[in-house]
Write a protein that binds this ligand. Sequence first.
Ligand code: PEP
Length: 260
Amino acid sequence: MDKKLLIVGNWKMHLSVHQSSLLVHRLGERIAHHRDVEVVIAPSMLALQPLSVEIDRRRFRLAAQDAFYKDEGPCTGEVSFAMLGDLVHYAIVGHSWRRLNAGDTLDVVRDKVQAAIRNGIAPIICIGETKQERDAGEAKQVIHDQLTTALMNLTSKDIENVVLTYEPVWAISTADGIIAKPHDAESMISYMRSQVQELYGERAAKNMRVLYGGSVNEHDVRSYLELPEVDGVLVGAASLNYHQFAEIVRVAHQLQTERK
Ligand code: PEP
């Protein structure tokens, strides 16, 4: 596989602007420029602007954690994808926290994906089932519904810029250590690719970058990254720790080197 591995750090609602600058500085000291690994950081909306001038763009790219689906208007308190166009390469869309707590319904996620594409930003679309849905045997149906609505009305050209993430909701922010086994992740990601294939054909499904988005750390990340279906990881808590995040990037680079 000659796709770059994509490692995305979602800082969620953590760190002040000053702390964000400090973390990026620490990461800059530890993460080298690798041709085979793309490192993306998703800080808070406030920190995007200052970080966009501070980061070494050969080593890091920025992502927004979300944005609003209209380009402009009376939408008080919102930031549009149009406003972010110069700052970020990517935007996370449909993170499970937002689907569950901030009104990101299937249709809202679809509109956000389209707004991202319209403004030249690659959406990293999170898709995944809750524990209740999994226990009820509905996981595939949920993934099918989230995936098909999110990709609705996109052209084959648009699809080239889309990144999908399998984010099993039951395996994120897990204080009790519940994780999706690599085999679980692989079979769901394979299912997601088969859906993309049905909609956009074999080439699109093969080229699509699909990430694993459950909790990972520097010790277990290799077991996900080495799966042939997995093109990277979306990292939450471990991306706030510069030792752990730098180590995750190092593991990704080592794996790519071994594959050559
Ligand atoms: C996430 O929110 O997608 C995630 C993976 O978070 P954490 O690593 O903190 O579980």
